[in-house]
Every structure is written in structure tokens, then in C-alpha cells.
Design a protein. Structure first.
Length: 535
């Protein structure tokens, strides 16, 4: 009986998606920094521009963009505009009708102060406190007023927390100052996601026998570090050393760039990933699966079976914004959702993560299908990391090697992809344990010495953990930081859960589609301001 009821509900949803003609509208807040970005195009839009100063609001007409803000004429806000705005504030999503449609598409600017007369107002971007937009909710247009009260949605989103890529921050002494260089075990937001993480470190004093490091908790979270080691790979002078995700190290013998690169829209993108130059491929297109892809083809002639793809990549800061917007959908139930995830095992977490695009899949085209050969864990948004991915010998027998990188919309950036012949011969790998040098954490060195049940626990507001690694050799070397641990975020949200939007996200590719919709909404604001003449 239960299975039959579930099937009936699914059919109701399918019918609603393909037959509903209603348009759902809602109020949403916009990040001020994005509001001030340069627009990309100039599509003409029609929004009512409402300016709020304290408890007063006026409509700005004939706006002019100045160097520091906006200026324009003012008229009183009509009763229809005001009442529809108040209605939208109290009802998260509502259906538009013929009477209220002329008063939709409202852009509300909240400023701390403004210069105004009876007919004119001038505001500064520096005084901008908040931006709200009232318009069609892309994610809800095809879903009518189906009653979704399913608490089971909390269970469905196992693993989505992983995109909140904050985690411990590693600082390296670059002479006289501490430089933020990388993050540790990025994305390990759950004990079951605890993993080893290997990150390259800049070596500012290659002749020194010691190395100094600081770990800082600069996020609203508690961080649990299980093990931390400095790894020195000693190698012939001039060699380039890379690591894979399992902590194996390789010297690059020679490499080749792909001869053909494209995205989901068949656009050529070779120039973006051929060189180590910070000009990146950002996964800004998608196919019908709602995932975004980078396709690259290599010649396999003269490549040995000791070949790796070397992918230079990092996470896009856009992903953290998308996660924040996603978490807001849970409202006051966010803590319940986080608590529910705490009991899940790794298999459940992995199953959920695979439908999000949070991690990057590395695939090879073979026998007329795509086969996944690796999956890249989050590396953080601070800096690029070179990640070695072993190419199985069976895929090097053809004349060409076709690879595909698959991720969620704008969750990753790739700076370079090469096919390289590698070798671990001639490399000497040594691990060094840390000694804590600040009085507040004298036991930290013992807590992070081995993979055990003893953790160094770092709270927000605690002093940095200062570490010293001694006994390094003054030989040609490349340094890596090997860490293991996890962290727990302490964010909270308010308001009622938006079950309808969550329902749309809870599918394969759903979070990627949500990311794209959020990006398109941001472009709406950019296009709107593009039509304002510059003074």
C-alpha cells in the first residue's frame, strides 16, 4: 500500500511539472558585492526600482548611474506596488495574476542614508545595506501549489554539506609575514568524510633545515585535526613533482597539452587549459543532464604505461555562495538537517554526493561509453593544486585518449590539463612530525602525530596553532602538507523551509541546476544596471 501511494505522488508531480502554466513569484535577497559587479550584456529589462531609507520608500524613475552610486527622479510608491511587496514578504512563493503582473519585477535597494528632495534622490553604493528582488522564481515556475511537507527531504540531502568548503587555513612564513597558502581536508564536514589530504606548500627557504607553519580557525566552526605531517620529496634539481589523492608522488618526465578541447556547447576552449596561467575553464555550460563538462583529447603515441593526467584545479568561490543559498532553503530546520546527517555512513554520503557535482569526476571514453577513472575531492578556493590521476594502460592503446571532466555548474575552475609521462624512481620521500611552539597548545604535537582517536580541537576565536618541523635536508626538494581530519560548521538560519525548491534540487544534477539558476538571477541584476545610462 505504501509503495502504491508513493507512486501516485510521483505521478502527480510529473503531471504538475508538464501541465502547470502558473508562474510562482518570490522575494529573494542578493549579495551586495555581486550587485556591484560589471554587467556582461545589455538586455533591456523593466523593473520598478524602489529605494528604502529607514522606514520610508520611494520609487526612482529615469535613474542615472554615477561614479559612486545612482541618482534619479522620485515618485510615490503606488498602493499596488507597496501592497504586492508586503504580500511577498509574508508569503514566500505566490501565483501571479493579470491584476498584479504590471507591479511585479521589483528591485528594492536598502540604504543607510541618501540625499533627497521632493522630486530627486541620490544614493551612494557605500551606503547600500541590502538588495531584494521580487520576480519570477525560476525554480518554482513549473510546480503549482502541491502540498509538500515531507520531513524526509532532510534525509535526502545527505552529503550536500560538503560544499561548505571552509576548513582549517594553513599559513606559511614567507620571510617576515605569514601567508595564507592553502586549506586542509577541504569538504570533510562529517566524521565519516574524514580523509587524508595532500597539498603542495611553497618553500620560501629551500636551504633551511626547519619549516614553520600556522593553522588558523577563521570560520564559524569547530575543527578536528587527527594527523598532520610535512612531507619533503627530495629529487634531482629542476624536477617537477606532483602528488595523487592517495599520497603517492611522481616526477613529471615530459607532458603534452590536449590537441582539442571543448565545452558542452561545442565551443573550443583549448587556450584556457593549455597553460599554467590562471586563465581558467569555469564550467559555465551544461548539457541536458544539468552537469557541466570539459572535454579534452590527447595523442597517445610514444606515451608509456606510466602516464598520468595532471589537473591543475581549485574550487570556485561561487560554490560557497550556492551552498549558502541552498542552506537557507531549510530555514529554521537547518540544524535538524545537519543533525540528521550526523548518523549517516560513508556509503550513504558518497551516494548523495555523486548526484550533486560537488566533486569532479574524471572520465575516459572507451568502447563507446564514458568510464570514471577517478573522482577529485574538494581542494578549496584559495589556490590551485596539481592533482595526478593515473590513466589505466588499457586506455592508452588507442591512437587518442578522450577525457571528460564532469562537475556542477561553476563549482570548479581548471587552469591546466596535460597528459604526462611520470616516474617515482629517484625520489626520496620523508615525513616530518610537528612540534607545537605556542604555550596554548603544547600537547598539540602529540595529538596530531598519528592517525588515532586523539584530535587537536580548534575552536573559532582560538589562537593560531604554531608548528615547527625540524631536520629537513638542504637538497632540491618539493614540500607537501599531509593532513587528516574533519570539521563541523555552526551556521544557523531562520524562516520556514522552502520544500518545493528543495524537492526540485533533490535529483541527479539538481544542485548544479540550482547553481545555474542562481547565476542567471545574478545576471538579471547585472543586465538591469547595464541599461542605466552612465553620467
Amino acid at each position: 500500500m505504501k509503495k502504491r501511494s508513493l507512486k501516485s505522488i510521483c505521478w502527480l508531480l510529473i503531471v504538475a511539472i508538464f501541465t502547470s502554466q502558473c508562474q510562482m513569484y518570490h522575494i529573494r535577497e542578493v549579495n551586495n558585492d555581486d550587485f556591484l559587479r560589471n554587467p556582461r550584456n545589455t538586455q533591456k529589462l523593466s523593473y520598478h526600482l524602489i529605494v528604502h531609507v529607514g522606514n520610508n520608500m520611494v520609487e526612482m524613475v529615469n535613474p542615472m548611474m554615477t561614479e559612486n552610486g545612482l541618482t534619479g527622479n522620485t515618485i510615490p510608491v503606488s498602493i499596488q506596488l507597496a501592497s504586492l511587496y508586503q504580500y511577498a514578504l509574508n508569503k514566500p512563493n505566490f501565483k501571479a495574476n493579470k491584476q498584479n503582473r504590471p507591479y511585479l519585477n521589483q528591485l528594492h535597494l536598502f540604504v543607510s542614508e541618501a540625499q533627497s528632495t521632493d522630486t530627486k534622490i541620490t544614493l551612494s553604493y557605500g551606503d547600500l545595506e541590502k538588495v531584494q528582488i521580487l520576480d519570477k522564481n525560476i525554480g518554482l515556475t513549473t510546480l503549482s501549489t502541491i502540498a509538500i511537507t515531507a520531513p524526509s527531504l532532510f534525509i535526502a540531502f545527505v552529503g550536500f554539506l560538503m560544499i561548505a568548503c571552509n576548513c582549517p587555513h594553513a599559513y606559511v612564513l614567507n620571510g617576515n609575514t605569514w601567508e595564507y597558502t592553502n586549506t586542509l581536508f577541504t569538504g570533510a564536514v562529517h566524521p565519516e568524510l574524514e580523509r587524508y589530504d595532500t597539498k603542495h606548500l611553497a618553500d620560501y627557504r629551500p636551504e633551511s633545515h626547519s619549516f614553520l607553519l600556522q593553522l588558523k580557525n577563521e570560520e564559524d566552526e569547530t575543527q578536528y585535526t587527527n594527523e598532520l605531517k610535512l612531507v619533503a620529496v627530495y629529487h634531482p634539481k629542476g624536477a617537477k613533482v606532483v602528488a595523487d589523492q592517495s599520497g603517492n608522488y611522481f616526477a613529471v618526465q615530459h607532458s603534452q597539452a590536449p590537441y582539442h578541447v571543448k565545452n558542452d556547447e561545442e565551443e573550443i576552449a583549448s587556450n584556457l587549459i593549455a597553460f599554467d596561467d590562471d586563465e581558467t575553464f569555469k564550467f559555465e555550460t551544461s548539457d541536458k543532464s544539468d552537469f557541466s563538462h570539459l572535454y579534452a583529447s590527447f595523442k597517445t603515441k610514444d606515451m608509456s604505461n606510466k602516464s598520468h593526467l595532471i589537473i591543475r584545479a581549485k574550487n570556485n568561490s561561487w560554490g560557497a555562495y550556492v551552498y549558502h543559498k541552498f542552506a537557507e532553503l531549510f530555514g529554521e530546520k537547518y540544524d535538524n538537517w545537519v543533525s540528521n546527517n550526523s548518523s549517516k555512513n560513508k556509503a550513504q554520503l558518497d551516494k548523495s554526493l555523486n548526484k550533486t557535482g560537488i566533486l569532479m569526476d574524471v572520465e575516459v571514453y572507451h568502447n563507446k561509453r564514458w568510464k570514471k577513472i577517478d573522482q577529485l575531492q574538494l581542494v578549496g578556493e584559495k589556490g590551485f593544486n596539481n592533482i595526478a590521476v593515473k590513466v589505466p594502460e588499457e586506455f592508452l592503446n588507442d591512437e587518442t585518449l578522450q577525457i571528460r571532466l564532469k562537475a556542477g555548474f561553476r563549482f570548479w575552475e581548471v587552469d591546466q590539463v596535460v597528459l604526462a609521462e611520470t616516474d617515482s624512481q629517484g625520489l626520496e620521500v620523508e615525513e616530518y612530525s610537528a612540534v607545537a611552539t605556542n604555550d596554548a597548545f603544547l600537547n598539540a604535537g602529540d595529538q596530531i602525530a598519528t592517525d588515532d582517536d586523539s584530535y587537536f580541537i580548534h575552536q573559532k576565536g582560538d589562537a593560531p596553532l604554531s608548528l615547527s618541523f625540524e631536520g629537513l635536508k638542504a637538497l632540491p626538494r618539493t614540500l607537501f602538507l599531509k593532513s587528516k581530519g574533519y570539521y563541523r560548521n555552526h551556521k544557523s538560519f531562520e524562516g520556514k523551509p522552502d520544500y518545493l525548491t528543495l524537492l526540485g534540487i533533490n535529483r541527479k544534477g539538481g544542485l548544479s541546476a540550482f547553481s545555474r539558476a542562481q547565476f542567471q538571477e545574478m545576471m538579471v541584476l547585472n543586465r538591469y544596471f547595464a541599461e542605466i545610462p552612465k553620467n
